[in-house]
Design a protein around this ligand. Structure first.
Ligand code: C5J
Length: 220
């Protein structure tokens, strides 16, 4: 067992039953010309997460621990995209429209893939998800069950949307989630801060919050 200094109290996990979850670090969210920017967001807000996540990935992999990546996106015929998701907001481009990095948020397109800096290594699972939560309509639960994973160290974007939804789903399924503040990000800094507070409030109602350096310090 190792213990990480965290909010609201130290987080203890067994490395053999822990996985690092990297949520939606895709060009569509982090680079200009993708889904995030089409919704009017300043994508540069998310870029501070890249360097600490890359350093954490390096340390986590060096410790021989499992990494799981996720990508939000839809089938080319949009059959897995709820009409409400397609219609919502006032985007300059809608999901499925052609953009500078390919069709917006469509599986197989350049923009849908993970940014070069955090590219998955061969053998690391990449879970494609149509929703905000990584458990909804995906194989994530069976992957975790297969490997006996009980603890999730959570990184990715965005704090209050896909990270939060996934942590809430995981919490209800009995996983213990540690969210790393420097490795998650939002287009809205105040949502980021409040989102982290919401996780750790009420005695850790959804989980724990720490920083990547806290985890790197205790890796075997
Ligand atoms: C959003 C996500 N924000 N990955 N997706 O639409 O958080």
């Amino acid at each position: 067992m190792v213990t990480v200094g965290a909010r609201p109290f130290p987080y203890t996990f067994e490395p053999a039953t822990a996985a690092l979850l990297v949520i939606d670090m895709q060009r569509d969210f982090l680079e200009p010309g993708g889904f995030g920017e089409s919704l009017g967001n300043d994508v540069s807000q998310l870029r501070r997460t890249i360097a600490p996540t890359a350093a954490l990935l390096a340390g986590w992999r060096a410790a021989g621990l499992p990494v799981i990546h996720t990508r939000e996106g839809h089938l080319p015929d949009l059959s897995d995209c709820p009409p409400a998701k397609l219609a919502r907001g006032a985007p300059s481009m809608r999901i499925g429209d052609p953009g500078p990095k390919g069709r917006i948020l469509i599986r197989g397109e350049y923009g849908h893939d993970i940014i070069d800096e955090l590219a998955p290594l061969p053998g690391e699972p990449v879970v494609d998800k149509p929703g905000k939560g990584a458990f909804h309509a995906t194989e994530l639960q069976s992957l975790l069950d297969r490997d006996g994973i009980r603890s999730l160290v959570v990184t990715g974007v965005t704090t209050e949307v896909c990270v939060h939804t996934t942590v809430r789903e995981a919490n209800d399924r009995g996983y213990e989630c540690l969210v790393l503040a420097d490795c998650v990000g939002s287009y809205f800094p105040h949502f980021h801060e409040t989102g982290l507070e919401m996780i750790a409030a009420q005695g850790g109602i959804f989980g724990w919050v720490a920083s990547s350096s806290d985890v790197l310090a205790v890796l075997p």
